[in-house]
Design a protein around this ligand. Sequence first.
Ligand SMILES: [Zn+2]
Ligand SMILES: [Zn+2]
Length: 836
Amino acid sequence: MAILAETPQENEREKGTVLEEMPKAYDAQKQEKHWQSVWEELEIYRHDPYDRCRPTYSIDTPPPYPSGEFHMGNALNWCYFDFAARYKRMRGYNVHFPQGWDCHGLPTEVRAETTYKIRKKDLSITEFRDLCKRLTVQYIEQMKRSMKSIGYSIDWSVEYRTMDPSYYRLTQLSFVMLYEMKKLYRAEHPVNWCPRCETAIAEAEVEYSEKEGNLFHIRFRAEDGNLLIATTRPELLPACVAVAVHPDDDRYKGLVGKWMEIPLFGRRVNIITDEGVDPNFGTGVVMICTFGDKTDVRWQKKHNLPVINAITENGQMSEEVGKYKGMMIAECKASIISDLNRQGLVEKSEEVKQNTGTCWRCHTPVEILSRQQWFMKTREMTDDVIRWTEKISWVPSFAQRRMIDWATSLDWDWVISRQRVFGTPIPAWSCKRCGETVVAKREWLPVDPNFETPEGCKCPKCGATDLEGDSDVMDTWMDSSITCAVHAGWPETGSLDRLFPADLQPNGLDIIRTWDYYLMVKHLALFGKAPYKTVLVNGMVRGTDGRMMHKSYGNYVEAGEVLEKYGADALRQWAAAGGVTGYDIPFRWSDIEYGRKFLTKLWNASRLVLANLDDYDPEAHVRLEPLDRWITSKLESLTQKVTEAFESFQFSVAIDAARNFTWHTFCDQYLEAIKHRLYSREPEDLLSKRAAQQTLAAVLLRVLQLMAPICPHIVESIYQRMRLPQRRRSLHEVGWPAVNAGLISEAYEREGDLVVAVISAIRRLKSQRGISLKTPIKKLEIYCEDNERIVIQENSNTIAKTCNVNTLAIGKPSESVEGITIEGYSIRIREEDAQL
Ligand SMILES: [Zn+2]
Ligand SMILES: [Zn+2]
């Protein structure tokens, strides 16, 4: 049964790329492993930087945070990247599909502490960073194993890690360049702050959700009587710097410009007016505290009010709050309310829903603190961002709106400094004598100002050499927002000519506002150009219970579990078929199971085909029969459909079409209807057999090609066993099939559809009668119209042989005939005599 090419593969056969046998059952795990190692050895997924003939196609993939885990959400992300990469490679592109790792960040710091049972504060910065690195390396290896076993065609020769000096030198270079371009500044400005993580965080890292809270109506003593103020944050009373009312609010007209006293603290503040006060909220009087929310930040600036920092960086009350000092925020809130109650100053409290911002990593409510930070001037770039976003193609298109909405919603600049240890050091110092900021020269990079003050580093203002290194590190998005330029080879001269901008920017819906946005602002600022041409967005994976897949929900599935049970090609089919591009997709074991069934179907059909191509002459001149022309036409239409689907990244459309065709048109209909031709030993049937063989070989090869981006392993397994006039060392190096539109014929398809409809009706009839499909029927009559009769007549041999009918009679349509009908046709079939 071995079907092998004659000569060109000799040396590959020695290497083991050609398997001699087609085992009865398809062992996915074994085959997949085998082909993965063959591909790796052959280096077929390498991007060739010296190839100037093929057009390049660069994919800027988001470097994941190395958590060690690879769950189905990750699997979906990478499947999308890989479908695109494999398809484009087959289309003749020199594809650049690198893999990076976004190493830095708080989660690793926390895990290093728990894994090694240490406390960061007990170690030196270097020692602690080394532990973080060690853990990261381990996690990367774990994730890499998963990625390789799903068969992603990543070019591992261009792997990078953001924690390596070779990479973080580039992050620092981007910082220095932006500083030179006056796009960065250092200032004391309120920032979103996570008191648990003890660091500034960007707006993109704040998650907003509705939370239950209490609105307290508190009585204040004013210069002229009393005032009621409703607030959800009584713990900020000590940070109150003014009270505001709407200028047209008649209730308070007489109070404007007068003072009011803060209960418990006795401090007096002014009553001012602001158009932004909503007279209908609470009592129409608002405390301005530094800082309860962003409105406070705006009003403090606008009315030139003082700043009182009531909360410290670790979420405790500061010394500004007297006896509440040292309490945690919640504790202080309870204590202040009970003190106010004791004095009878709480008029009432009511439950309200509040939109609360929490830290995306630890879900602690975010505070707004003012502290010296580094910022990138992103707000002034909003118009530019919108202009470029509109030029780019977004799949699906609603993602473009998301990006624009996000960019326009930002009212603060991007805070890029973090008060952490495991991160890219900020390459800056400040002068101990005059306070001036000194930023590194390009040639000093990489540099860690915690430990180094390079030769010639001195204050540009006063000339002092006594400098203090900046101990902050950068936001990890600073690391990963230059991937596109880095992939292209920046900062080497001329590097941006070829792989920049990336042709494809594929990523999850959840990181449009981070990765897509930060890449955009960084590259626009540095290079004056958007970093990508097309953004391909995938949705999120929902667990079996319909909720987002999350460890804490118990609906979390690791890719490894699916691989172990079903293998990669079944998993990949789920990713392709699970849903429309850009929308959330559910994880269902039944989908994976269906994928495996398809593989079995394809494998069995291929075994049958290959077993019957032993004596096949691929060069023979043949005359196709109606069903051959029928499936050929359908095959070309399918090719057209699948090609269009891949071109527009509609993977579910591609796989649905390819699987349906393979399963039904090819296996259930065509294969069944031509078996008699394959099995015939009559010399006069030889030409008919040759035509069937040639059609089978062509259809099978085409199906393998069309399925190659989604099921790369099984198609390779089958391809390597096909007898072909020429064979490449891998199916993945065979080009994408061109559509031969000349072979598409509506007439042929109509004709073939009629034949297969008749065959399936006869089979239905047999099963209704309880006769096995193999049992011969002595005589069968088909009543039909003239136009149908011609087709049935021409194919009567196929129909009779396929259905095991001894005599097939064809008559005129007649209402009086009992029998079964075929939907869509005026055909009635009657079994003349069931008895033999
Ligand atoms: Zn946090
Ligand atoms: Zn100085």
